[in-house]
Design a protein around this ligand. Structure first.
Ligand code: NAP
Length: 303
């Protein structure tokens, strides 16, 4: 029986572990992959305070991990399959865990476009991670789908490798921040195909083209390319919690300002919870609050 189990070692979970460790809670942090989460899909982060010019995401995460380990918090590699919210017991691939409180920091995964060819060509030209796959597209022509901060950051990154970077977005206006839009405008390799949808990804052994529908004219045409990077938002990693605590219709966990969920002693932080801004900085803030709330919950029950 531990004091606290934290599910997920992205920035939210690592910060929760940092605060829990400093409160001397007996804490286990469970992560199915390496610590970091989806921040590692970007090469650098430019809007984390204190690092003018940005910091490599790998370095930021390894510093967070080191800080947590220095406090004696155990990072356990395992995949959580089920959580009994009332009993605070977790069934994972390698066994079961029990605690007095649980923090869910399970994050989110990239949303799929759900068009013909996407599944078939994943790993053969279709990618959700420019940082991982950009070197394969040196001197090649790539398409990116989306209009948010992620597509903008990754377009700028990919332009260091690809010969041309073409952003296809379903509306006329991007939702990426102004500073990223300015950077893209200054990059001669980046161009835009707006008010358009990718309706199919085509190829033979690898991706060779995307079919694009112009939403203004209704016309469809093929656009030759070697790679397709999809950045159309994220879905919460909460399927294992369905029906166990309150969520919105998209599966984001509903939690209050103390990060408390609808179940006593279960807290949620970071990208898996419903909120208005999904950034590393407030994922960390969420994690700190969740750990503080868990500490108070455990202390109250011990009296
Ligand atoms: P996002 O901000 O939700 O943008 C998703 C984009 O994909 C939108 O432009 C949306 O179009 C488009 N889209 C959604 N579904 C689509 C579909 N089925 N077909 C075609 N297009 C579709 O997502 P994101 O850029 O992945 O970022 C996720 C979160 O992480 C955001 O909160 C973002 O701010 C944050 N983030 C921040 C940074 C940073 O600050 N440096 C970097 C990366 C990510 P519409 O515009 O028409 O809705």
């Amino acid at each position: 029986m531990h004091d606290l189990i934290i599910i997920g070692a992205g920035p939210a979970g690592l910060t929760a572990a940092l605060y829990a460790g400093r409160s001397r809670l007996d804490t286990v942090l469970i992560e199915k992959m390496a610590p970091g989460g989806r921040i590692l899909m970007s090469e650098t982060i430019e809007n984390y305070p204190g690092f003018p010019g940005g910091i490599s995401t790998v370095e930021l995460i390894s510093r967070m991990e080191q800080q947590v380990k220095e406090l004696g918090v155990k990072i356990q590699s395992d995949e959580v399959l089920d959580l009994d919210c009332e009993k605070k017991t977790i069934t994972a691939s390698s066994g079961t865990y029990a605690a007095r409180a649980v923090i869910i920091a399970s994050g989110a995964h990239p949303r799929k476009l759900n068009v013909p060819g996407e599944k078939e060509y994943t790993g053969r030209g279709v990618s959700y991670c420019a940082t991982c796959d950009a070197p394969f597209f040196k001197g090649k022509k790539v398409v990116l789908v989306g209009g948010g901060n992620a597509v903008a950051e990754e377009a700028i990154y990919l332009s260091r490798f690809a010969s041309s970077v073409n952003i296809i977005h379903r509306r006329q206006d991007l939702r990426a921040s102004e500073i990223l839009q300015e950077k893209m405008q200054q990059d001669k390799k980046i161009s835009f195909i707006l008010s358009s949808l990718v309706t199919e990804i085509k190829g033979a052994k690898k991706v060779e083209a995307v079919k694009i529908k112009d939403l203004l004219s209704g016309k469809e045409s093929d656009f030759a390319c070697d790679g397709v990077f999809i950045y159309i938002g994220y879905e919460p990693e909460t399927v294992f919690l369905k029906g166990k605590l309150q969520m919105d219709e998209a599966g984001f966990i509903i939690s209050n300002e103390s990060m408390a969920t609808s179940v006593d002693g279960v807290f949620a932080c970071g990208d898996c919870r419903k909120k208005s801004l999904y950034q590393v900085i407030n994922a960390c803030g969420d994690g700190a609050v969740a750990a503080d709330s868990a500490y108070k919950f455990i202390a109250d029950r011990s009296r």
